[in-house]
Design a protein around this ligand. Structure first.
Ligand code: AMP
Ligand code: ZN
Length: 470
């Protein structure tokens, strides 16, 4: 019998058994990056989660249809302060910063995002990546549908959704509308009928030519940020699908608005399960692109931490738990990951069988709301279990690694090719060790390390390994 999968649903605030809309299939939409700058380490957390979710369903025998959108228009800077309808378009901001067109900025950072996915072993070929600017017609059609049904009104800067016409508006995020109203900033748009109303279509400013703008039945302009996800998910997954994911910052505005638009336009329930990933915080709180001084995967590589070690670090925390950007902790996670890697190098075999008891414990842990920390703990228990043959441990760990996307099957013995310089230093070190000149032996070891080789002293003499970035 197939194992049950339990997931936490933000909507009901409860762990629920996953029941697909279509037997054996799961449709997932994950809110994707705004491609106006490099993704930081925190930005990558939701995609590592989304990919783990996909892998989890595949391991349970599901066919997965997964969409991650690319936001390349309409996400305004005001969103950083919780107001998604004000400020500059982040793409135009990127364009001004770099002296390139908004289109070139989008292309550049989209490619960088894809490279980050590659580094984290998130296989692009398994996803659809729709770009908002390729779905303008679908967005306009959805707004027209909302207009025909009486959910919209037009004011001087755009077409807005009237949230008072969707009585369930506050339900999803448990919003305190009265509190929002009294706490509203004075400069908030006074033409809006309700504090929570949001832009579906924004008009291009009269005095300024935007780089990204389109004709519409309401005038030249561009889509609001929320409508893209409703329009693209409808087109690619249908008006009602299984799972929607994103960061927790999306709950009160972006996802609340997506639900309002989609359910009012389509007349059916939008999504069955909502899953939200907690933040990675730096010392000043949530790491964010707008703060500028953030770390990215490549910054970790510069200090010797590989993207897969960072991925392992992320998986050692539950996705609903807040994480701190703690370089010491990332280093420790990297050391643990290397140990698993070395275990695989030392025990590589094509024989061996998957241990069904451990595999079952592992999937039970994972299927309990994507319980990656517990699943990883079971991997470690397996390595330490003296009742199990090493070849069976190896096979089982490789199977677990495939499910988590940790790439341990790439751990193979490699022949060390020494350069003449390293050979000479090793000979010198051998001589000074014979003479018991330990400080000099240590100095030479450091020199060899600098050249990319690790030296261990064993009973048989010096053992040399190339230091590899995994
Ligand atoms: P953006 O590219 O800014 O639209 O964000 C892409 C994704 O990263 C969204 O799902 C955000 O919720 C998420 N995100 C942004 N900052 C963080 C952070 N510090 N930690 C975890 N996730 C984040
Ligand atoms: Zn979205």
């Amino acid at each position: 019998m197939a194992q049950d999968i339990q997931i936490y649903n933000t909507k009901t605030k409860a762990i629920e058994k996953f029941v697909p809309i279509t037997e054996g299939e799961v449709s997932i939409y994950s809110c994707g990056p705004t491609v106006y700058y490099y993704p930081h380490l925190g930005n990558m957390r939701p995609y590592v989660f989304a990919d783990t979710l996909r892998r989890m369903f595949i391991s349970a025998g599901y066919k997965v249809n997964h969409v991650i959108n690319i936001t390349d228009v309409g996400h305004l800077t005001g969103d950083n302060d919780g107001d998604a309808d004000t400020g500059e378009d982040k793409m135009e901001k990127g364009s001004a910063r770099e002296g390139k067109s908004a289109w070139d900025v989008a292309k550049f950072y989209m490619e960088d995002f894809f490279e980050c996915l590659d580094l984290l072993n998130i296989p692009r070929a398994e996803y659809q990546f729709p770009r908002a600017t390729d779905y303008i017609e679908e967005q306009i059609n959805l707004i027209k549908l909302l207009e025909d049904k009486g959910f919209t009104y037009v004011i001087s800067d755009g077409v807005y959704f009237d949230t008072s016409k969707f009585p369930k508006y506050a339900e999803f995020a448990h919003l305190d509308i009265e509190g929002l109203r009294s706490g509203a900033r004075v400069e908030a748009n006074e033409e809006k009928r309700n504090i929570t109303d949001f832009a579906l279509w924004k008009f291009s400013p009269k005095d300024q030519q935007r780089q990204m703008e389109w004709d519409s039945p309401w005038g030249k302009g561009f889509p609001g940020w929320h409508i893209e996800c409703s329009a693209m998910s409808k087109k690619l997954l249908g008006p009602h699908f299984d799972i929607h994911t994103g960061g927790i910052d999306h709950i009160p505005v972006h996802h609340t608005n997506e639900i309002a638009q989609s359910e009012c336009a389509n007349g059916v329930k939008y999504v069955n399960y909502w899953m939200h990933v907690n933040f990675l915080n730096d010392k000043d709180g949530k790491m964010s692109k707008s703060k500028g001084d953030f770390l990215r995967l490549q910054s970790l590589q510069e200090i010797g931490i590989s993207p897969l070690e960072y991925k392992y670090y992320l998986l050692t925390s539950h996705y609903r738990a807040q994480m701190d950007l703690d370089i010491t902790a990332i280093h420790s996670a990297g050391t643990a990951y290397k140990k698993l890697w070395n275990f695989c190098v030392e025990n590589i075999t094509s024989d061996g069988e998957v241990n069904t008891k451990y595999k079952r414990e592992f999937t039970d842990a994972l299927y309990d709301d994507v319980g990656t920390p517990a699943a990883i703990a079971i991997m470690w228990n397996l390595t330490k279990d003296t009742d199990i043959k090493n070849e069976d441990k190896y096979r089982t760990i490789i199977e677990m690694s495939h499910i988590l996307g940790l790439k341990l099957h790439m751990a193979v013995k490699e022949e060390v090719v020494l350069t003449d310089e390293v050979k000479k230093l090793l000979d010198e070190r051998h001589a000074v060790r014979e003479a018991k000149n330990w400080p000099e032996a240590d100095r030479l070891r450091d020199k060899i390390t600098e050249l990319g080789f690790e030296v261990k002293d064993t009973d048989e003499g010096q053992e040399v390994k190339e230091i590899k970035r995994i």
